[in-house]
Structures are given as structure tokens and as C-alpha cells.
Design a protein around this ligand. Structure first.
Ligand SMILES: Cc1ncc(COP(=O)(O)O)c(C=O)c1O
Length: 473
């Protein structure tokens, strides 16, 4: 090995040790770095690749925590941010206005799900990240009822079992992943959890539709029980991502919409992970079947829609909460206390809004949704043979998300003992093959940047198959 090669390798090593000397990484038992859990130093990004200091390439199969849409360092988004940085980098949004915030709100309201005959989403409130967006939606729903003198008892939220909405105290209160939640339980507000429509839980012969129907019936029962106490229901439409990429039948969304209407509660759709084309349509809510009474085009429209992650194409943190006119009007009053006084310093940051506008322009110019349809069918073809590997209990797909659930002998009633750390073993095996998978427990999944090409998908499929075999034998 030449001195030059040594120097490059040393550079990666140097970054690793400088990092571990000063950084506390998210969602990580730091004791596992670097021996159990390798640390990947990244020098730059390029399309679907993460490039190391030695030029080695690792495929980002998880879109960097589901944020990246069009590829890393996408030049059109990078240029838009640079232009905006030279024009206006930040301004207080209370009392001031700027073009990127206005234009982005206009664009989001144009593309948001809309149901005929329903009060449309009409206003946009910005926050800084997904969890903050959820906090905004919860507080808005609660405060709206507080502002009405006739319904003081509506203080509760309904969420779904196995759902996930973020890590801040409010968002964690409506999340149901024990690993993240249990320790903080004494701090959390009490939410009501309804059974998940998760199709993986279907009984033999029941199918996804039957499972969704049962979950909706159970929800109906729960809402009856708590009539007059609930202000909103929050869910992740079509895919419970952090809960193991568990997927459900879209008919569930229609039933939920109807039940929320019957009980006069707000439907909060958390499309933070699934929005912007992940599930095959721009928003997952669009895939719900048409309402029997209205007919025509499908899709449900929530009362509050939470967006983040891919909103900026994965470049900058930003969240947007879209609300109906009715919700907005409920805060108009002579009293300041009846106003929504929530704020974050960087609300509506111009750089983040400019990135989001550039990302949305790419959807139009590159016909991203059509390209995704082709990519999704390639993913389906590549995933099918992996489903035949021993210990793969389920292969499921919704649009650009594919998941492989591992269980002993492929029997979903016999999950692996968590102490076997099958997911961690698969992570290491895939990383050694140049692919960044980040399994959720024993669920391996693909959620790649939309620019991923056929050769990269081939690498992804091979690495996944090898990783499953290596981790389970
Ligand atoms: C569905 C969903 N909601 C909310 C969040 C929280 O977003 P953030 O991590 O930006 O706070 C996440 C994060 O993974 C998510 O998947």
C-alpha cells in the first residue's frame, strides 16, 4: 500500500476518532460505536451514493432517514439554496413576509389532497421538523375546541397502536413504539390507542381488507366509548414506517375519515415520512377509495396534514402543517389568547422554503411520479426472489417502500429473539457490501432516493439477499 493510500485511510480513521471524541449520535447506544456498530464517515453525497474519504461508495438505501428524494447534492436544489442565501437567509416570520414562504404555501395548497364537498386545506403553518409539526397539529386541534365554549371536554387524542410521530413529548405521547416510549411514559400525556390496521397482523385467510375492516370496527367502538372527549385522531396513512414499515389497506383511511366526521373530530394525517411520492402518489391519502356517497375520484382529505422530511428534497429541516379554513377561522378573535401563539425561531426559513420549491419543481420537470412507478415495479421484481429465502416471513411493498420481515423459518408467529440482533447483523453485512440498510428490528427495508438506477437496484437486491442469509445463519 502506498503512502498516499495510507493517508486516505487515515483520514477516515481520523474522522472516526474526532467524531467519537465529541459527538453524541441520535438513536444510538454510544457504547456500541465503533466495535459493534461501525461508524461510516461520509465525505460527500452524489445521487443515491454516500462517498467516503477514500472514494468508496455506499448506497443510501434508506434515503438518509427517509428525507432524501431526488438524490444527494442535487444541483438544482443546491443552487436554489445558494441563490436564496445571497438574497435573504432568514427573517422573523411573525409580522414579516417573504416570497419563498408565500410561494411554497401556495404550491402546497395546490397539490394537497382535496375531497369534493369538503372544506379544503387552506392555510399553511411552518415548523422546523417532523416532531415539531406534529406538536403544532395536536395543539391546534386541542386549542380549536378550547376556543369554542360548547365543547370543553374535548382534550384527548386517538392514535394507532404501532404508530410513530416523533420524539418530542407531545409527539411521543401519540406514538406507540415501546423502545422509544417506555422510559418516558411518566412524562407523557394519555392518548387512546386504537388497534392498528396493519395487514401483517391479519389472521389466516383474513387478508389486508378484512384486517382493515376489523381495525375500523374497533375504532368505531372506541370512539363511541369516548364520545365528546376527543379532539383529534392522528395516523400515518398507508405505512407505519418506524413501526417496521407495516402497511395497511387504503380502505381503512376511508372508514377513519367517515368515523371522524360522525364524531366531529379532526383527522390529522402524518405524511411526514410517506408524503411526496413515497407511496406511489404525491400523498398517501390520495389512495383511499372514493366515498360511496360522493363517488368519483378517490382519496381522503385530512383536516390537518403534517409534512416534513422530503418536503425540502432532504436538504434542510422544515415542516408544514396544512389546516382547513374552519380550523383557521376558529382562532380569529379579539383575544390574543385565542390566537395560535406557537412559534419557532426559524419558522418558514427562506432557505428551507427555497429548497422545497426547487424540489417541487423537479417533480414537475422530471415527471418524478411516473419514473417512480417504473422504479417501483423494478423493485417489486427484485424483491420477489428475496421473499423465497429462508426466514423471510413477509415481503410487502407500497410504492417506493419495500420491506422484508424476518422470522424463524419464515413463520410470522415465531419472531427472532431480539437478543439475537438479527437486524444489526444484517446492517453490518450489507454495509460490508456497500449498502446502507438500517433495519427496524428484524425488518429490512428499501426506501431509496428516487434517482436510484437499475444497476444500483441490482446491487441493493444482491446485498439484501446476502445480508439476510448471513444474519440468519
Ligand atoms: C411518520 C413520522 N412522523 C414524525 C416523525 C418525526 O420527524 P422528525 O424526526 O423530523 O422529528 C417521523 C420521523 O421519522 C415519522 O416517521
Amino acid at each position: 500500500m502506498s503512502n498516499h493510500d495510507d493517508a486516505i485511510l487515515d483520514e477516515a480513521g481520523r474522522w472516526r476518532s474526532r467524531d467519537l471524541a465529541v459527538l453524541w449520535h441520535p438513536c444510538t447506544q454510544m457504547r456500541e460505536h465503533p466495535d459493534v456498530l461501525p461508524l461510516l464517515p461520509v465525505a460527500r453525497g452524489e445521487g443515491a451514493w454516500l462517498v467516503g474519504h477514500d472514494g468508496s461508495r455506499t448506497l443510501d438505501a434508506v434515503s438518509s432517514w427517509w428525507t432524501n428524494l431526488h438524490g444527494h447534492a442535487e444541483p438544482r436544489i443546491a443552487d436554489a439554496i445558494a441563490r436564496q442565501a445571497r438574497t435573504l437567509e432568514q427573517v422573523i416570520l411573525a409580522g414579516c413576509s417573504h416570497p419563498p414562504a408565500v410561494e411554497l404555501a401556495e404550491r402546497l395548497l395546490e397539490i394537497a389532497p382535496r375531497e369534493p364537498g369538503r372544506d379544503p386545506l387552506a392555510k399553511v403553518f411552518y415548523a422546523d421538523n417532523g416532531s415539531a409539526g406534529i406538536e403544532v397539529a395536536l395543539k391546534m386541534a386541542f386549542h380549536w375546541f378550547r376556543n369554542r365554549d360548547d365543547e370543553p371536554r374535548r382534550t384527548k387524542f386517538v392514535a394507532l397502536q404501532n404508530g410513530y410521530h416523533g420524539e418530542t413529548i407531545g409527539a411521543l405521547s401519540v406514538s406507540d413504539i415501546p423502545l422509544y416510549r417506555r422510559i418516558y411514559a411518566p412524562l407523557l400525556m394519555q392518548a387512546i390507542f386504537a388497534p392498528s390496521p396493519d395487514a401483517y397482523l391479519a389472521r389466516d385467510g383474513q387478508g389486508a381488507a378484512g384486517c382493515a375492516e376489523d381495525a375500523a370496527d374497533a375504532l368505531a367502538h372506541l370512539l363511541d366509548e369516548h364520545a365528546g372527549e376527543i379532539c383529534a385522531l392522528v395516523l400515518e396513512p398507508l405505512v407505519q414506517c418506524a413501526g417496521g414499515m407495516r402497511m395497511h389497506h387504503p380502505a381503512y383511511l376511508r372508514r377513519v375519515r367517515e368515523l371522524c366526521d360522525v364524531h366531529g373530530i379532526f383527522l390529522i394525517a402524518d405524511e411526514i415520512a410517506v408524503g411526496f411520492g413515497r407511496t406511489g402518489t404525491m400523498f398517501a391519502c390520495e389512495q383511499a377509495p372514493a366515498e360511496a356517497r360522493v363517488g368519483g375520484k378517490g382519496g381522503v382529505q385530512p383536516d390537518l396534514l403534517c409534512l416534513s422530511k422530503g418536503l425540502t428534497g432532504g436538504f434542510l429541516p422544515l415542516a408544514a402543517v396544512l389546516a382547513t379554513q374552519t380550523i383557521y377561522d376558529g382562532f380569529l378573535d379579539d383575544s390574543r389568547e385565542r390566537a395560535f401563539l406557537h412559534s419557532h425561531s426559524y419558522t418558514g426559513n427562506p432557505l428551507a422554503c427555497a429548497a422545497a420549491l426547487a424540489s417541487l419543481a423537479i417533480f414537475a420537470s422530471d415527471d418524478v411520479l411516473a419514473r417512480n412507478r417504473a422504479t417501483a415495479s423494478t423493485m417489486q421484481a427484485l424483491a420477489a426472489p428475496i421473499g423465497r429465502i429462508g426466514h423471510v416471513a413477509d415481503v410487502r411493498q407500497t410504492g417506493m417502500i419495500v420491506a422484508f420481515e424476518l422470522a424463524r423459518d419464515g413463520d410470522r408467529r415465531r419472531p427472532f429473539d431480539p437478543s439475537a440482533r438479527i437486524g444489526l447483523r444484517a446492517y453490518r453485512a450489507a454495509l460490508a457490501r456497500g449498502v446502507l440498510l438500517r433495519p427496524l428490528g428484524d425488518v429490512l427495508y428499501w426506501m431509496p432516493p428516487y434517482c436510484i438506477d437499475e444497476a444500483q437496484l441490482g446491487l441493493l437486491a444482491d446485498a439484501t439477499a446476502d445480508a439476510i442469509v448471513e444474519a440468519t445463519t
